[in-house]
Design a protein around this ligand. Structure first.
Ligand code: ATP
Length: 591
């Protein structure tokens, strides 16, 4: 092994330590330790592997080979029969442990083997992920078996978990950033510039390589790259025009809030790449949107953000967001394009011809966007207006709703109104239709546990345990148990949708006193209509914020039927938002 490499066993040791703790600070310390020991050339790989990946998410290269194949590889490398491995797996319930068990008692003992290195494990896994087409399955099995043959039992456990997509250590992005700041920039205090670089590139491994090589200076020089998604800026919410204007300093821009799918489109000459709100590459869902941006944005390289809205081809009217789900398919896109054509409403410009616009104030970004876009039938700028009084804001809002929009987005216009990638702040405030009526807000919550159903629901889930997201602590405090609003089809489908996220105990990032029958890795986000928010002795969301010892619970929650698959668990409604909703409601009830 050269100086540039490292034994895989070091990584495995760290995985074991992380699995044994639930404390984020300890996880950070272990990572710092590991990063310091890692040769600079390998740091990107080590970062990806710690999150169970090989590349940044936006590249869309998934590991996740089927258990069936892993069983074949375990059998091939250990000499045990496939049936035997399968039986053991059913009993143990974890393919990693099963691999360790069989590799521990190999019948074909190799007398001498080199210890596995990180490079070899990474490269082999990458070849496994990339092999496609005819003969790919055989190739994957052989590659995996070759690694397992040289692996110690504990190594085999983590290799198999990784390739089957089941390495779920729960190491959050922010924990990695903290660890990088400590390891290469002196202290955690230096996390903000790292965070900005991450928000502009969505590539933790790439960023790790830059800081390991050049420290803080490397980070400061980090540039926007066309083709690497920028993490989206998000909006806070308020329930009245007066409050919005007050927050905005008396004057702001208001824009229609279109009800569609957010697209970040990267244009380079005559090619365009599209990223979703979760930064997946969804270029192939929208060939029409690519063409529109290539033809109508007059810059040779640009990054724009827009909302794609489904249009009724018969009437030209905007249709609700759900209609766009027909675009989320692999085949038949040409047909879907005809049946569900889209219009684009452009609302931001982050980069144009070498210039990073994210640090420019909103009015300037909007001005440049207006100058670069040639509007057409299906591509327009988001309708906008600058207002300085509540009546004008309310009027614009009503107009937006009448045109089929969800409401409006108010945007700050003062000199500091930059594009804050990856942040939900008061520079953007949404004001939605459903705040008008008392007690009808929807929230987006994460499924973290479930309770077995009885009676008519026997064999499926009777209720789900839902959580909000606390960004500061990076945890998911529960806020309600939900059993209403599910159709028979939902009930039948949920166990399948959640199957892959089942874990044997409460997830380390979930906070609750409830005892669920089944626990999940936080993943699926559901839209929920809450009737009331009350103080709660059992749910920790907002604990001690209103009253000492009490949290907040959503009462009479109903599933709206909307699976928010476009949201990651970290995009769920936050604990702060729930506290604000509670305070707001109190005010309304009192009024
Ligand atoms: P929601 O669940 O209310 O759609 P969200 O959590 O998906 O919100 P928010 O940050 O709360 O996202 O609201 C901003 C979203 O509104 C954007 O992600 C975008 O998809 C959509 N949107 C529609 N029109 C605009 C606009 N003119 N400017 C910015 N965002 C817009």
């Amino acid at each position: 092994m050269g100086k540039e490499d490292m034994n895989y066993s070091l990584l495995v040791e760290m995985y074991e330590r992380i699995e044994a703790t639930t404390k984020r600070l300890e996880i950070t310390d272990y990572l710092v330790d590991l990063f310091k020991k890692t040769p600079k050339k390998l740091i990107d790989k080590v970062v990806y592997m710690t999150q169970g990946k090989l590349h940044p998410d936006y590249m869309g290269i998934e590991l996740g080979i089927a258990e069936k194949l892993a069983i074949k590889a375990i059998s091939l490398s250990s000499g045990a029969g496939e049936v035997e491995v399968d039986k053991a797996l059913k009993k143990i319930g974890d393919i990693g442990e099963a691999a360790a068990k069989f590799l521990g008692k190999k019948t074909q003992v190799t007398l001498f083997h080199e210890p596995l290195t990180v490079s070899r494990v990474y490269e082999t896994m990458d070849r496994i992920a990339l092999s496609t087409g005819e003969g790919a399955q055989e190739a994957k099995i052989k590659l995996l078996a070759s690694l397992l043959s040289d692996a110690e039992p504990e190594e085999a456990k983590y290799i198999v978990r990784t390739v089957t997509g089941k390495l779920r250590l729960g190491v959050a992005d922010m924990t990695i950033l903290d660890a990088l700041a400590v390891a290469f920039c002196g202290s955690k205090e230096n996390r903000p510039p790292l965070e900005r670089a991450y928000n502009l590139s969505s590539d933790l491994g790439g960023l790790a390589a830059a800081v390991a090589e050049r420290g803080l200076e490397g980070v400061k020089k980090f540039k926007i790259t066309v083709g690497k998604p920028i993490r989206p800026m998000l909006a806070e919410r308020l329930a009245s025009p007066q409050e919005i204007l007050e927050k905005m300093g008396g004057r702001c821009a208001v824009e229609y809030k279109y009800d569609g799918e957010r697209l970040q489109i990267h244009k380079e000459k005559d090619k365009a790449t599209i990223f979703s709100r979760r930064l997946e590459n969804i270029t192939h869902h929208y060939p029409d949107a690519c063409q529109l941006v290539v033809n109508h944005v007059q810059a040779s390289a640009a990054i724009v953000e827009c909302e794609a809205v489904a249009i009724n081809p018969d009437t030209g009217e905007m249709m609700p967001f759900q209609e766009l789900m027909h675009r989320r398919r692999k085949y038949g896109i040409q047909e879907a394009m005809k049946l569900y054509p889209v219009s684009l409403f452009l609302f931001d410009l982050l980069y144009a011809d070498g210039e990073d616009l994210t640090l420019k104030p909103y009015p300037e970004r909007r001005r440049v966007l207006e100058s670069l876009v040639e509007e057409g039938e299906s591509i327009k700028l988001a309708k906008a207006l600058v207002v300085d009084n509540a009546e004008a804001l309310e009027k614009f809002f009503e107009e937006a709703v009448a045109e089929g929009c969800e409401g409006i987005l108010a945007k700050a216009v003062y000199p500091e109104s930059v594009y804050r990638a990856g942040a939900r702040e008061w520079l953007w405030i949404k004001y939605k239709r459903d705040y008008q009526a008392l007690l009808t807000d929807t929230v987006d919550l994460v499924v973290v546990g479930a309770f077995h159903g009885r009676g008519r629901r026997a064999g499926t889930y009777g209720a789900l345990l839902l959580a909000a997201y606390n960004e500061k602590e990076d945890v998911f405090p529960t806020v309600c148990k939900i059993g209403s609003g599910f159709t028979d089809e939902d009930l039948e489908k949920l166990p399948r949708m959640l199957k892959d996220y089942i874990i044997p105990h409460k997830h380390a990032r979930v906070v609750t006193q409830m005892k669920a029958d089944v626990w999940f890795t936080p993943s699926l986000v559901l839209e929920v209509l809450g009737a009331e928010i009350t103080l709660s002795p059992v749910h920790p969301c907002g604990i001690n914020r209103i009253r000492k010892g009490s949290g907040l619970a959503i009462r009479f929650p109903r599933f709206t039927g909307r699976y928010r698959e476009d949201k990651s668990p970290e995009d769920a409604t936050t604990e702060d938002e729930i506290v604000e909703l509670y305070l707001k409601r109190l005010k309304k009830v009192e009024a």
